[in-house]
Design a protein around this ligand. Structure first.
Ligand SMILES: Cc1ncc(COP(=O)(O)O)c(C=O)c1O
Length: 423
């Protein structure tokens, strides 16, 4: 396996992050965020495009503001995400809610102008009761799922996301009962989908849209594959987009409807725009036939993907002082008292470990985990072992490191406990 390299930080900046903000800390790169947003906004389309940022990937307001400024809309997955996007300055009509859990304050959200995408027949019925006669969008499970692992596959018969494609008659019945117009259709089949499967799913979705005569906009979700490791390959947006464009054109030819296209990537926009900077806290080994372990001051409290899916992230040792170092084989583990807190699982298998060749590490060195912009700060086992939530930093165009989220204090970890009144 090739030794991985830093993506957007240099060694000096890594050490500056350690000094100025402490570790662990996420760093996001403004230039990469903007470059990715421009690529997504240039997704080929036949009859118009709305590109949304799936903010669940990384909901820091600094990232949302950057994308909002550039013209991306928002895919929110809960009422809380809607509120976060609104507070970051996103206009309500630029937010679409696609949620597993129907919020208690749905009316308040919709009345403010947020678009609603019904993800089940129950959700559609509730929307109909509140808003008879309105336009609405529905999320359909097209019968196919795909992801980089089973855990990120959200389509097909074993996924609860969206309305099963064979239940369209029930969708029409609910629509008729409440005079709803199903003008939007949405599919999202998983994260890390192969480009060919993504295109095939788009064809399936168009087939379903053909049976929904009032649909004028079709969202094909997110899920574009992103290479984090050097040996992985990213989805090519232009190639996929051109194929989709042709499909939309032939749909228009056959059905006389020029569908507006929506896409809503999360990973593609942020995965490689984020790095986690941590410290080597200890180095231990299990003898000649065993392994050498690097223990860092981070782990599943910041980045859960390796222990959850066996996801691979580039790991780079940055020595405290510039010097030539040999390489060595290591397992890298996190600081939690949990054997599953691993950063070097076997690819795709969190039950097994795979040593990595890294620059020889010493206690006190910095260690950078790359490809950590998506589903890391947003999706970790925060506060396990009572470690506080870590800070987030933005690397600006001018090369300045700016704090965009302070590290939690212990008082903040404890602030909602009220045991004194109970015990
Ligand atoms: C409805 C929906 N849209 C978009 C996304 C973004 O997916 P990705 O980050 O793989 O692009 C997700 C991710 O779970 C999702 O659930």
């Amino acid at each position: 396996m090739l030794m991985e390299k830093l993506r957007f930080l240099n060694e000096k900046q890594v050490l500056a992050v350690c000094r100025e903000f402490g570790t662990p800390a996420f760093v996001y790169d403004q230039a990469t965020l903007e470059r990715r947003a421009s690529e997504v906004l240039a997704f080929p389309n036949a009859f118009g495009l709305t590109a949304r940022y799936a903010m669940k990937a990384s909901p820091n307001a600094a990232i949302i503001r950057t994308f909002n400024r550039m013209g991306l809309h928002i895919d929110a997955s809960s009422a809380y995400e809607v509120e976060r996007a609104l507070r970051a300055g996103v206009p309500p009509e630029h937010i679409q809610l696609t949620a597993q859990e129907l919020p208690g304050n749905l009316q308040e959200i919709v009345d403010r102008g947020v678009c609603f995408n019904a993800c089940s027949l129950h959700q559609l019925r509730v929307f109909g009761q509140y808003y008879p006669g309105r336009d609405v969008s529905v999320r359909i499970n097209p019968g196919l799922g795909s992801g980089h692992s089973n855990r990120t596959n959200v389509g097909g018969p074993s996924a609860s996301f969206g309305i099963w494609h064979e239940h369209l008659d029930q969708v029409f019945a609910v629509a008729q009962e409440f005079g709803l117009h199903i003008t939007g259709m949405h599919t999202h089949i998983g994260s890390g989908t192969d480009p060919d499967i993504w295109v095939y799913c788009a064809q399936l979705s168009l087939g379903i849209a053909a049976r929904m005569p009032e649909v004028t906009r079709l969202s094909l979700g997110g899920g574009f594959k992103v290479a984090r490791m050097q040996n992985e390959v990213s989805a090519d947006f232009q190639t996929i987009g051109e194929k989709i464009k042709t499909e939309f054109e032939s749909f228009a030819h056959q059905h006389g409807r020029k569908l507006h296209l929506e896409v809503e990537p999360g990973t593609y926009l942020v995965a490689n725009a984020g790095a986690l900077v941590c410290r080597v806290m200890d180095i231990v080994d299990t003898g000649e036939k065993g392994y050498t372990f690097i223990k860092v001051d981070s782990g599943m409290t910041e980045i859960l993907r390796p222990s959850l899916y066996g996801a691979q992230h580039p790991i780079i040792v940055v020595p405290q002082v510039r010097e030539r170092r040999k390489s060595a084989k290591y397992l890298v583990v996190g600081h939690c008292c949990e054997s599953g807190d691993i950063l070097t699982p076997k690819p795709g298998n969190p039950e097994q470990l795979k040593p990595r060749v890294l620059k020889e590490a010493r206690i006190g060195d910095a260690l950078v985990i790359e490809g950590a912009g998506a589903y890391c700060a947003a999706m970790s086992s925060k506060n396990y072992n009572s470690f506080p939530e870590c800070g987030e930093v933005l690397l600006t165009h001018a090369g300045k490191l700016v704090l965009v989220r302070r590290r939690q204090t212990l008082d903040q970890v404890l602030q909602n406990e009220c045991s004194e009144e109970a015990v």
